[in-house]
Design a protein around this ligand. Structure first.
Ligand code: PGA
Length: 265
């Protein structure tokens, strides 16, 4: 069974309303309706509706960059999973390294897990980001960090919901630094993640879960990374802000597009 490649753009806290809609329109024009690769963009939350409108009629899906773990109530400043669905989101990112390590207060695995379960319960697809820092890699702790983040982030996940999950392996030292993991480092980490998923869920569910690589993906390195057997797509930050670069990454993925047997709903 092939896994449909999945390329997602994380626009982070960038662009104006006009720039977001222009970028979305350019991407909508550049991605054909029969594109064999799944494509999503995750704009800043205040621009989700505008981008949704700009993507009207396109196969590109809309995602949010974060979500809260409660369905409604007195949670000032937060956005519920149902609200994201309501305005057209199909995906949400949880556990991005910037929410784990940069933005205060830092999110821990328990909170990330609550967000993941709440998003799934509402009907969203979830991109769960995991990844080690440079210190952790240098101390030989990469696999134990990935294991902890996976086990914590996916706690209480039913195997039946596994097809709504994408894992994004994003080594923290590669994010926004221009320094990409080598294809060997990426494949090794992805294979480890797949093995752990099989133990946490079941082998069939694990085999169907897409594992994206993220961290300085650009047109020049996308094809090599995506050629790795366990690299099923990319979560792209900086290079997703320019239509030309993001479309080139999608184009690079086409040569590795597997036969589709199923996709997230
Ligand atoms: P980058 O970001 O492509 O700019 O390294 C990736 C990410 O944070 O998802």
């Amino acid at each position: 069974m092939g896994r449909k490649l999945f390329i997602a753009g994380n626009w982070k806290m960038n662009l104006s309303a006009a720039q977001c809609t222009a970028l979305a329109s350019d991407l909508a024009a550049g991605v054909q309706s029969d594109c064999p690769v799944e494509v999503a963009v995750c704009p800043p939350s205040v621009y989700l509706s505008a981008v949704h409108a700009a993507l009207d009629g396109s196969v590109i899906r809309l995602g949010a960059q974060n979500v809260y773990c409660e369905s409604s109530g007195a949670f000032t400043g937060q956005i519920s999973p149902a609200m994201l669905l309501d305005i057209g989101c199909r995906y949400v990112i949880v556990g991005h390294s910037e929410t784990r390590h940069t933005i205060e207060p830092h999110e821990d695995d328990a909170l990330i897990n609550r967000k993941l379960l709440a998003a799934l319960a509402a009907g969203l697809n979830v991109i769960l980001c995991i990844g080690e820092t440079l210190d952790q890699r240098e101390q030989g702790r990469t696999e134990s960090v990935l294991d902890t983040q996976l086990t914590g982030g996916l706690a209480n996940l039913q195997s039946a919901s596994a097809q709504k999950i994408t894992i994004a392996y994003e080594p923290v030292w590669a994010i926004g630094t221009g320094q990409t993991a080598t294809t060997e480092q990426a494949q090794q980490a992805h294979a480890f993640v797949r093995t752990r998923l099989a133990a946490l869920l079941d082998p069939t569910a694990a085999n169907g879960i897409r594992i994206q690589y993220g961290g300085s993906v650009k047109p020049s390195n996308a094809a090599d990374l995506l050629a790795q057997p366990d690299v099923d797509g990319a979560l792209v930050g900086g290079a997703s802000l320019k239509a030309k670069d993001f479309l080139e990454i999608i184009k690079a993925s086409l040569q590795n597009a597997a036969q589709v047997s199923g996709t997230a709903g």
